[in-house]
Design a protein around this ligand. Structure first.
Ligand SMILES: Cc1cc2nc3c(=O)[nH]c(=O)nc-3n(C[C@H](O)[C@H](O)[C@H](O)COP(=O)(O)OP(=O)(O)OC[C@H]3O[C@@H](n4cnc5c(N)ncnc54)[C@H](O)[C@@H]3O)c2cc1C
Length: 443
């Protein structure tokens, strides 16, 4: 049992919460520092939580509650002007007890994770504590805060987009760009007469010409609507003059609705030049910012948390060399690069930045009205999938182990990787479920 000082997690957002809970599961204590005075439930923000993320939350006792409360849409419809171009039905496949994803707002996810943290004596949350400086040597990290200094073996920086203090500690730049295009997001509650569990994507509807609108069903008769808006859009003016109400009614019709949350945002595409150095790691939005289409921000942040937690736990328990922690930065930065490449190509289609791009978007959408082949060129977001680490001759190595009920042969001692003997070979599975190796007879 590890009896040294706690690991410091900077930031009590969903990535920091997940990191602390996962470390507690490995019997590693944490101190979680957050500059805010308390949790503030701010709108839906990240709404689409993928199965692999639910699996990770399940290991800390939160996955079932989030999955049960969430809504799974099974049909995605795509429209261009007045035409419905196509619909995609998603079948649930695999052995997982969880659906492929659920829609549920980030504020509620944070609440569920807070409940788990309240039951975790190894997690010490300190609100109202701002980290002002971080320095490290071979032995430890010193974390300067507005409430004193903490010495710790490792820091996981989950401080979000504004986590400059953590990035600076490892000399990480935050390269990329912030786009000028603006989106209006609203959470509304309303009882639609025939509430269907569908995601709807409208390109250039006559009520938002030249731009797109996306609507997602969420729990408790709520809907999340995203409009791309013009550069001069003024939310307060729209609220005051009734345009916001008219905008919503064009989608939901005359039924009563309640606006729960509304904000305007611009999207970013940024990646830390390194995601870890020595004893300080970056995770979540502190390391990467991506456009929300495809739901890759929080989902990939939770995967960062899992990768960081098992590596730190193995190093601190002495089950593996401290160099195990070094593997984090390369693996998770490669994953972030991949996610950013995918979200960037989605945004290039949705919100083209050049005249040629705008012409391409128009051309594809026009052709898609009559030509089924053109529909494959429409990119309205590619849903998150777990990253495969590294390249190996065997296609499973580095990938997340497929859903599978592991039987007695798969037991392991503490600190060992799980081995899964099947048929002609043996799979060695890492603590995060990724395949470390497959024996020769298998391949
Ligand atoms: C308006 C909006 C809409 C969004 N919509 C979507 C969406 O549709 N889909 C999607 O996938 N994602 C969306 N996101 C992004 C999603 O919210 C983030 O990916 C997610 O919050 C990342 O979680 P995190 O824990 O990494 O960081 P955060 O949630 O940002 O948490 C960081 C925490 O660190 C704390 N902190 C920062 N600096 C310090 C310091 N120096 N000392 C102590 N504490 C500090 C902060 O107080 C904060 O609590 C949206 C975000 C916004 C703002």
């Amino acid at each position: 049992m590890y009896d040294g000082p706690p690991v410091v997690v900077v930031g009590n957002g969903p990535v920091g919460q997940t990191t602390a809970l996962l470390l507690a599961r490995w019997e590693i204590p944490t101190v979680v520092l957050d500059a805010h005075e308390r949790r503030e439930a701010v709108g839906s923000r990240s709404i689409c939580q993928q199965r692999e993320t639910l699996d990770i939350w399940d290991t800390v006792g939160a996955g079932r509650a989030i999955a049960d409360e969430g809504v799974t849409w099974r049909v995605a419809r795509t429209y261009y002007r007045e035409h419905e171009l196509f619909q995609v039905a998603f079948a649930d496949s695999g052995d997982s007890p969880f659906p492929p994803w659920v829609n549920i707002g980030q504020a509620r996810v944070e609440q569920v994770l807070d409940e788990r943290i309240a039951d975790a004596p190894l997690v010490d949350v300190r609100w109202g504590t701002t980290v002002t400086g971080i320095s490290q040597d071979d032995r430890a990290v010193r974390v300067e805060t507005t409430r004193g200094t903490i010495e710790t073996p490792y820091v996981v920086g989950c401080a979000g987009a504004r986590g400059e203090v953590v990035r600076a500690a490892i000399g990480a730049g935050f390269e990329g760009r912030t786009f000028e295009d603006r989106f209006l997001i609203c959470d509304i509650r309303c009882d639609l007469p025939e509430r269907e569990l569908e995601r709807r994507f409208y390109f250039d509807p006559e009520w938002n010409p030249g731009r797109q609108v996306l609507m997602h069903p969420c729990p408790d008769s709520t809907y999340r609507i995203d409009w791309q808006v013009d550069p001069g859009f003024d939310l307060e003016r729209e609220r005051a003059n009734g345009d916001l109400d008219r905008r919503i009614r064009r989608i939901v019709g005359s039924v009563d609705h309640e606006v729960l949350w509304c904000t305007v945002y611009r999207f970013h595409s940024r990646l830390a030049t390194t995601m870890g150095s020595g004893r300080v790691l970056l995770a979540g939005d502190c390391a990467h910012l991506m456009a929300p289409f495809g739901a890759r921000g929080l989902n990939s942040g939770v995967a960062d948390a899992e990768n960081a937690a098992w590596r730190i736990a193995y190093a601190l328990h002495g089950w593996a060399s401290p160099r195990t922690v070094d593997g984090y930065a390369a693996e998770r930065r490669a994953a972030a690069e991949n996610n950013l490449a995918i979200t960037t190509s989605t945004m290039d289609f949705l919100v083209p930045q050049s005249e040629a791009g705008r012409a391409h978007r128009r051309d594809v959408l026009e052709r898609a009205v009559t030509d089924a082949a053109a529909r494959a060129e429409i990119d309205s977001g590619k849903l998150y999938a777990p990253f495969r680490y590294g390249a190996d001759r065997h296609p499973a190595v580095g990938a997340l182990h497929p859903d599978h009920r592991l039987r007695a042969a798969a037991r392991r001692a503490r600190g060992e990787f799980l081995t899964h003997a099947t048929g002609g070979g043996t799979w060695v599975v890492r603590p995060d479920g990724h395949v470390a190796a497959v024996s020769a007879e298998w391949s």
